[in-house]
Every structure is written in C-alpha cells, then in structure tokens.
Design a protein around this ligand. Structure first.
Ligand SMILES: [Fe+2]
Length: 137
C-alpha cells in the first residue's frame, strides 16, 4: 500500500522539512515497489534503498531536531526520544534483513515505516508549525 504525504494534516510550515517528509514517503514506497518486483538483483537493490533511507532519515532527524531547539518547540524533547526509539527499531530490522534476506522482514519494516512516519508527522512534527510561527527567525 503506497504511503503519501498529506499537506492538510502534515505540513510543518517549514519547506525544507515538508520536502524531506515527502522524500521519506517516496523512499518507503520505492522499497515496497522493489519488493513487489522480480529483478534478479532485487535484494542488493533493496539493501541499497534501505541504507539510503536510513542515511536520509538520520540527516533529516538532525535537521528537524536542530530547528525544534532553535524555535524552542514544546515537542522538541519528545521528538528526540521518538527519533531515538525509531532508529533503534529500524536498526534491528536492518540487521535481521542483512542476516536472512527474508522478504517478510522488509514487508514488515515497510508497513512499520509508513505507519510510523504518518503518525509521527501528524502528532509530533507538526509542533513545528506553531513554534516556528511564534518565534522570530
Ligand atoms: Fe520528527
């Protein structure tokens, strides 16, 4: 099931962050698309997409956490904790995938990533909307 960025419920009001959230959805969908295909080097491609996604997410988290601190957002701390938990959980999945190359792991991980990202943006990241508007740049 493709996951999608929803402007109405997900905008943080900060273009770079919104753009990065869109890109994260694209990357998750790309992994799911690859899983549904039969390319002979599919597993290598999936591993590459997963590490690309993890790298991109880490850079995005650092950028977002910096902005939340700068704007003194109320959700800054809970956001950091959520990112740390997420990073740990994804790390476990990546390890399992590297060891077994079992497609079920990627399917499970893809569903988790899409749901986590949607819920996280709508509840925590949107905290940026209020604090970035009320603080001076
Ligand atoms: Fe976040």
């Amino acid at each position: 099931m493709p996951y999608a960025y929803d402007q109405a419920t997900m905008t943080t009001g900060i273009d770079t962050i919104d753009e990065q959230h869109r890109k994260l959805f694209d990357m998750i969908n790309e992994i799911e698309r690859m899983m549904g295909g039969y390319a002979p080097d599919r597993n290598t491609k999936i591993s590459g997409l997963i590490s690309g996604l993890v790298n991109y997410a880490m850079n995005h988290f650092a950028h977002e956490e910096g902005l939340m601190e700068k704007h003194k957002c109320q959700t800054a701390e809970v956001n950091k904790l959520a990112h740390a938990r997420f990073t740990k959980q994804v790390g476990t999945w990546v390890e399992r995938w590297q060891k077994s190359q079992d497609p079920a792991i990627v399917q499970e991980m893809g569903a988790f990533l899409g749901q986590w990202l949607s819920g996280h943006i709508c509840t925590i990241d949107v905290g940026l909307r209020r604090c970035s508007q009320s603080s001076k740049h």
